[in-house]
Design a protein. Structure first.
Length: 227
């Protein structure tokens, strides 16, 4: 199904949702992106409920369905049901919105993490622990917006580390920089929707309570497939 046809399908499904489920939903959109799961091969993020900062007390959200992810799965599954999958994804993300309205404090933490992530990408000072307030995908793996972070603690920087990505393992050479270090990865297949970042930091200690966190070094490095 082409992008324009998929947009039309989502618009029709949106019109079938009762109004009270859409309270606080500012938009239901279709993105052309494919969003591969960072750990599991053959798994893609089909949609997302994204909090929107409006300055008021009401929790509002955008719901986005990823056409590229639908296309990727349809290419692997001849029996792929575009309408059924789109309907299930739309309802799933609307449920996230409803649950978010009931637990607004968690969204405030996520909004803070998203703001710090913008500061990172803009080259400004940022809190080196912000990724821990994102969505936990797995043990020591977090997501903030489209960006995925592997959180690795070490007293000294190792010469290299291994990470999982979409069913494979990749090796990453670590520069000889003082910790903390944020390493944005190139060379992952399929390509991530946003940044894939390895975070190397020291384990927290008692004296960290009495001093400001050190500003991380940020670098772009190439990941190499293993095996």
């Amino acid at each position: 199904m082409q992008l324009g046809d998929f947009r039309g399908l989502v618009e029709r499904l949106h019109g079938e949702v009762p109004d009270h489920y859409l309270d606080g939903v500012v938009a239901v959109e279709v993105s052309p992106k494919a969003v591969p799961h960072p750990l599991r091969a053959g798994v893609y993020t089909m949609g997302e409920c994204i909090p929107v900062e409006t300055g008021g007390d009401t929790v509002t959200s955008r719901v986005v369905l990823y056409h590229g992810s639908f296309q990727a799965l349809a290419a692997e599954r001849p029996e792929f049901d575009w309408r059924g999958e789109a309907w299930d994804t739309l309802l799933h993300e609307l449920r996230h919105h409803i649950e978010g309205r009931a637990n607004a404090a968690d969204l405030e933490h996520y909004d803070w993490a998203a703001e710090q992530n913008f500061r990172r990408t803009d080259g400004e000072a940022f809190d080196p622990l912000f990724h821990l307030a994102g969505e936990r995908l797995d043990r020591d793996v977090f997501q903030v917006d489209d960006d995925v972070f592997w959180d690795i603690r070490a007293r000294v920087a190792p010469p290299n580390v291994e990470i999982p990505w979409h069913g494979r393992r990749y090796g990453v050479d670590v520069p000889r920089d003082p910790l903390p270090v944020f390493l944005s990865l190139e060379g992952l297949e399929p390509a991530p929707a946003g940044d894939a970042v390895v975070v190397l930091r020291r384990p927290p200690g008692l004296f960290d309570l009495f001093r400001p966190p050190a500003q991380p070094t940020t670098r772009r490095v190439r990941a190499r497939p293993l095996g």
